[in-house]
Design a protein around this ligand. Structure first.
Ligand code: IMP
Length: 185
């Protein structure tokens, strides 16, 4: 079985392929412009984008959207994580948290898939804390400053171990379980 994921982020594609390979699911990159509605819930954003993409690209089209919700900032940047990363960046986020003791944060990933014109959304979250400074060279995005619960290393230091415990692992494992049951391949 093959799914097509609408993303330009090769790191995400690599992680998704890694997570879905035990299910025998192949992951292909789909070059397509996503429409992104504004909403605080990434599940709603992914669903809306998938609804519009599947009209053009049909079944097994997948849209993935991820947000980073920082407790002490009332959930900021949430679904605006991409914009914040491109503008103030990791250093800017660390500045916002300078002197802040409560560094808890949640990554949430939503994976929306289109089957027979109907969109199904799977979500996964990963709770953790924002590090005091960037650490590690693996991963991408906010990985150098996110320490998942139960660990002392950042996602960037964990390497492929990230794919066992991340928000993306949880969302796409749920998708893989569902696809393998639904299609009994
Ligand atoms: P989007 O889902 O591509 O919109 O991602 C939003 C922002 O969060 C981007 O700046 C990504 O680089 C970052 N991001 C998404 N997923 C992850 C992750 O697993 N680790 C670290 N940063 C991520």
């Amino acid at each position: 079985m093959k799914i097509r994921v609408a993303t330009t982020n090769l790191h995400k594609l690599e992680e998704i392929s890694h997570i879905l390979s035990p299910f025998g699911i192949e992951v292909e990159k789909l070059e397509a412009e996503k429409t992104e509605v504004q909403h605080e819930d990434v599940a709603v954003i992914a669903r809306k984008a998938a609804e519009s993409l599947c009209r053009h690209y049909g079944d097994f089209t997948v849209v993935e959207d991820t947000g980073l919700y920082i407790d002490a900032l009332s959930g900021f940047p949430g679904p605006y994580a991409e914009y914040v990363y491109r503008t103030i960046g990791i250093e800017g986020v660390l500045k916002l948290l300078s002197g802040v003791e409560d560094r808890r944060a949640t990554f949430t990933c939503a994976a929306a898939i289109c089957i027979s014109g109907v969109v199904k959304v799977f979500t996964g979250s990963s709770r953790g804390v924002i590090a005091e400074r960037p650490r590690g060279t693996g991963g991408f995005g906010y990985d150098p400053i996110f320490i998942p619960e139960g660990y002392t290393s950042t996602f960037a230091e964990l390497g492929v171990e990230k794919n066992k415990i991340s928000h993306r692992a949880r969302a796409f494992t749920a998708l893989g379980v569902w696809l393998s049951k639904e299609f009994k391949y």
